[in-house]
Design a protein around this ligand. Structure first.
Ligand SMILES: Cc1cc2nc3c(=O)[nH]c(=O)nc-3n(C[C@H](O)[C@H](O)[C@H](O)COP(=O)(O)OP(=O)(O)OC[C@H]3O[C@@H](n4cnc5c(N)ncnc54)[C@H](O)[C@@H]3O)c2cc1C
Length: 276
């Protein structure tokens, strides 16, 4: 019997080691039908099972227009993520999803400026939104990407960043907390770069994804520039179990990150003390 807890079987078709802690996995479903019905939106996530180990949520990082496969970027931190890092190309995993209602505002932001603020692994979930936006570049106004990493070795998606940097229709600012001898870019936390944004607040959607500690400071800087609650979007990760709104593990006040989020506008979560 197939229930909401039954994963579909998928295969890891390619593994790319990106940093000492993060790997990118290309995954496609064994059954053609499962692949066909797997349509996701930027900001959604899957529950991935490593058989015999367990299940954990991971954001889908690939472009929703790519229907052949999807991609995850996974940091090895615990039992499931370590186990998937130990798998080889060709290995089978279980996938439930896509889950999440609150997606990045890829439609609402059309016709407006877009500011993306990413910290560390937070760039991974944003990749789905960013690559989608570049497919429809003419539908958005100015785009600026601010990305902060701990050190140059931790920077994810280096090829994509250098491609975006070579384009004239996007401004990319990468900063690191701890530079090495070769680093010639910005130094310091990503919030430091927000004062340089010259987009009109009423015409700008801001999308933020990064470690929990970052949100409060990013929001403070955005508010200093008069950016408003309804146009600031935050991806909130919480310890999650079922992914489908049954277990209540991922509650944020009266909201559940899995079914109400994981992306929320600041307006939606403003009064929830534990949100940011
Ligand atoms: C919507 C969503 C999207 C995500 N997307 C990504 C992604 O794209 N890439 C990615 O790498 N990760 C992502 N994560 C985070 C990932 O799901 C977690 O890191 C998950 O815990 C990994 O599972 P694990 O079994 O490897 O680690 P676990 O064994 O669960 O341990 C992970 C860490 O959590 C700590 N921990 C364990 N149990 C608890 C507990 N009860 N309370 C608090 N802390 C605890 C551990 O000490 C360890 O540091 C996402 C999470 C959510 C909710």
């Amino acid at each position: 019997m197939h229930t909401i807890y039954t994963p579909d079987i998928a295969r890891i078709t390619r593994i790319e080691t990106v940093t000492t802690n993060e790997k990118i996995f290309d995954i496609s479903f064994i059954e053609k039908e499962a692949q066909k019905k797997f349509n996701f939106l930027p900001g959604q996530f899957v529950e991935l099972t490593v058989f015999g180990v367990g299940e954990a949520p991971f954001s889908i990082t690939s472009n929703p227009n790519n229907k052949e496969k999807f991609q995850l970027c996974i940091r090895s931190v615990g039992s499931v993520s370590q186990a998937i890092h130990n798998l080889k190309e060709g290995a089978k995993v279980g996938i439930r999803g896509p889950f999440g209602k609150g997606t990045f505002p890829y439609e609402a932001a059309k016709g407006h400026n877009v500011l993306v603020v990413a910290g560390g692994l937070g760039l991974a979930p944003l990749m789905s939104f960013l690559t989608y936006m570049f497919d429809y570049r003419e539908e958005y106004k100015n785009i600026m990407i601010i990305y902060g990493a701990v050190n140059p070795g931790n920077i994810l998606y280096k090829n994509e960043i250098s491609y975006w940097s070579s384009r004239e229709d996007v401004k990319v600012c990468v900063t690191v907390d701890n530079p090495d001898d070769k680093w010639t870019g910005e130094i310091g936390v990503c919030t430091k770069l927000i004062p340089r944004v010259d987009f009109k607040p009423e015409d700008t959607y801001t999308i933020v994804c990064g470690p929990p500690v970052m949100y409060k400071y990013v929001v403070q800087e955005l508010e200093k520039k008069n950016f408003t609650d309804d146009k600031i979007f935050l991806s909130l990760e919480r310890r999650m179990e079922c992914g489908v709104g049954k277990c209540n593990h991922c509650h944020i006040g009266n909201k559940l990150a899995c079914v109400d989020g994981p992306v929320f506008s600041l307006w939606e979560i403003r009064d929830l003390k534990e949100a940011i």
